[in-house]
Write a protein that binds this ligand. Structure first.
Ligand SMILES: NC(=O)c1ccc[n+]([C@@H]2O[C@H](COP(=O)([O-])OP(=O)(O)OC[C@H]3O[C@@H](n4cnc5c(N)ncnc54)[C@H](O)[C@@H]3O)[C@@H](O)[C@H]2O)c1
Length: 346
């Protein structure tokens, strides 16, 4: 069988720590090239990681290398441009989260992939965790009953990223909501089978990011801090349910960080990390499922699944272009609600 040729678009932190190790575990996958807007950076990344090709122009890369699969790992602003170029060249694409900056872009990408008959997927790795899979299974079997309230948190006490472009509004499109909150949002929607959204209401703050310069994720320039540092939102579902999301790079909480999803159903409740499903009997907590899952590298399984899907496996459950569009629509609407100070109907 011919090797599956993969190109990496944007050789930075996530490409090196997540994409390369995951692809390297798969038989018959060959990383053929890397792209960086700065060609010298691409050359150095290629040298360090034993990649034969390096480019500064995506069209040249796609034409010369003709990859089967492309991993888009550039800052959020460039996802649309790079995904679109790769899809037009007939490649299957795995794009880092978030899908894009605008919902309209995610819609175009989804439609283009459908027209080209190729796979478009987003790297929402938390839905691949064993915990998420187990809660989804139990929910589908009715163990939680009617889940009418979901509480999502992606909070850090002092975790403004000191690297990359995470505080640059133009490149990122926003702060913690689009960067870390989006992971829990996708995981919850995945577990619940993507229920329809009725309206969203959001409020954002910027009380710490522009006034401090150092935290547990390194140093940043407060003068260049342009994104929200905290976002709190309500997502009302057409089935009557309510999702609450709290997300922050810097919030005065007790823990260093919180990343979790809690599901409250009329039969039982569930917590994602660590996995637990519980209910009440005469005032006593009854634990129905309690498992300390070992670290299972969900991000690697996400990439393995993507490759199997591209190779023709019909059963692979990936984060699809359509799901990416739905998540992007919620994110965009939450930001719009916070900016306008009013609820947005979807
Ligand atoms: N799934 C996850 O949990 C996860 C974790 C981290 C980052 N990410 C996502 O991955 C993406 C990249 O994040 P990162 O932490 O690797 O950032 P990074 O800054 O380390 O890497 C981005 C790379 O893209 C290059 N680049 C910038 N503009 C470019 C352009 N126009 N053309 C080609 N190359 C360009 C940069 O030089 C850099 O090498 C972001 O979208 C981020 O949200 C996802």
């Amino acid at each position: 069988m011919a090797n599956t040729k993969v190109a990496i678009i944007g050789g930075g932190q996530v490409a090196e720590t997540k994409h390369l190790p995951s692809y390297s575990e798969i038989e018959g996958v060959e990383i053929v090239a890397v792209l960086n807007s700065n060609k010298e950076n691409a050359r150095q990344f290629a040298l360090k990681n034993n990649i034969p090709g390096y480019y500064g122009d995506i069209h040249e890369l796609l034409k010369k290398e003709q990859p089967d699969l492309v991993s888009v790992c550039t800052p959020n602003k460039y996802h649309y441009e790079h995904v679109t170029a790769a899809l037009k060249a007939g490649c299957h694409v795995l794009c880092e989260k978030p899908p894009s900056i605008l919902a309209e872009e995610a819609k175009e990408m989804m439609e283009l992939a459908e027209r080209k008959g190729v796979v478009l997927s987003y790297n929402f790795q938390h839905r691949f965790s064993l915990e998420a899979r187990r809660i989804r299974e139990e929910y589908r079997q009715g163990k939680l009953g009617d889940v009418y309230h979901i509480n999502l948190s992606a909070l850090r006490r002092s975790g403004v990223p000191g690297w990359g472009s995470f505080i640059d509004k133009d490149l990122q499109g926003g702060g913690p909501l689009i960067d870390i909150g989006i992971h829990m949002l996708d995981t919850a929607f995945y577990i619940l089978g993507f229920p329809k959204v009725k309206k969203v209401t959001g409020k954002m703050f910027n009380k710490i990011g522009p006034y401090k310069s150092e935290g547990s994720f390194g140093q940043w320039n407060p003068e260049k801090y342009e994104v929200e540092d905290s976002f709190f939102g309500f997502i009302e579902l057409t089935n009557g349910g309510l999702i609450q999301i709290s997300t922050s790079f810097a919030l005065n909480i007790k823990e260093t960080k919180q990343l979790n999803a809690e599901f409250h159903g009329d039969k039982a409740g569930a917590t994602l990390y660590p996995l637990e499903i519980y209910s009440d009997h005469k005032g006593e907590l009854v634990s129905l499922v309690q498992e300390d899952m070992v670290e299972d590298h969900a991000e690697r399984r996400a990439i393995h699944s993507f490759v199997r899907k591209c190779r023709g496996s019909a059963e692979e459950d990936i984060a699809s272009g359509e799901e990416g569009f739905k998540i992007q629509t919620i994110i965009e609407s939450l930001y719009k609600s916070a900016e306008l100070g009013e609820s947005i109907y979807i």
